[in-house]
Design a protein around this ligand. Structure first.
Ligand code: MN
Length: 261
């Protein structure tokens, strides 16, 4: 005998109930994501777990001397931020000199060494005095910059995107947890190109601390676990060419090194 539509539906419901919650969940996986992008992850020192990246925020002009070399007056400027796409991350292993491709379009490719903070939680309107409790860990990063394109766009009052937010523009070492290394409010930060020191400063010279950056960012965006923050570069940013080896140092973290290829 042919089943009515109602009987078929009722039969399916009973079968689903018999499977229990797990079976029901498996039976209703929802829409399938076509061409799903890979998640971007950063290794964590001391564990096989990895950190899944949600967003990459970068502060601009956060050291006085760098602000001046970029043509700004640091005493008059509130903090400002831009983003890189999360898949701009280039993971660099400890002890490795990672090959980093010279990008397209630029003739003035600049290094910016920076302390990077990674968040384990977030929220909106986070007070600065509670901000560091959201930090999972830290690493050394490079905010690689197509300076000619950034400046040309700035001169035309257009977005900087093409100068900052491109493939592989965010090389960084593996994360160290706060339990392992604590928080960074001071300590030497430097970058050498072919063994010649180009950038050298102290993290205490930041205009806006990591805690203040989190507080400011959280007024504009809801922060969340997986967000990472580039905390700004000292002065003496400058160009690199193919074959150059960059060595980045932050006191309390392992060195991070790339070779421009
Ligand atoms: Mn930067």
């Amino acid at each position: 005998m042919t089943k009515t539509r109602r009987e078929i539906v009722r039969g399916a419901a009973v079968a689903g109930a018999a499977l229990g919650t797990v079976g029901a969940a498996q039976a209703q996986v929802g829409p399938k994501a076509l061409f799903a992008p890979a998640i971007t992850t950063i290794p964590i020192v001391g564990t096989t777990d990895v950190f899944a990246v949600r967003r990459i925020y970068c502060i601009g002009r956060n050291y006085e001397a760098h602000s001046r070399e970029m043509g700004s007056d640091p005493t008059r400027e509130p903090p400002f931020f831009f983003q890189k796409p999360r898949d701009a991350v280039q993971n660099v292993k400890i002890g490795e000199v990672a090959e980093h491709p010279y990008p397209s379009l630029t003739k003035n490719y600049h290094h910016e060494v920076e302390l990077v903070a990674a968040l384990k939680s977030g929220g909106r309107n986070i007070p600065a005095d509670q901000a560091l409790q959201h930090v999972f860990g830290y690493t050394v990063g490079l905010d690689m910059t197509r300076r000619d394109l950034q400046q040309a766009m700035g001169n035309e009052k257009k977005p900087w995107e093409i100068g900052k937010s491109f493939d592989m523009s965010a090389p960084m070492g593996p994360l160290h947890t706060v339990e392992q290394v604590g928080h960074f409010t001071k300590g030497a930060i430097s970058l050498a190109v072919n063994d010649k020191v180009r950038q050298k400063a102290d993290l205490s010279w930041m205009i806006w601390s990591v805690a203040e950056q989190i507080a400011h960012l959280s007024t504009a965006f809801e922060l969340a676990a997986g967000d990472i923050i580039y905390s700004g570069t000292p002065d003496n940013v400058g160009p690199v060419v193919k074959g150059d080896v960059l060595l980045c140092k932050i006191e309390g973290l392992p060195d991070m090194s790339i070779k421009i290829a």
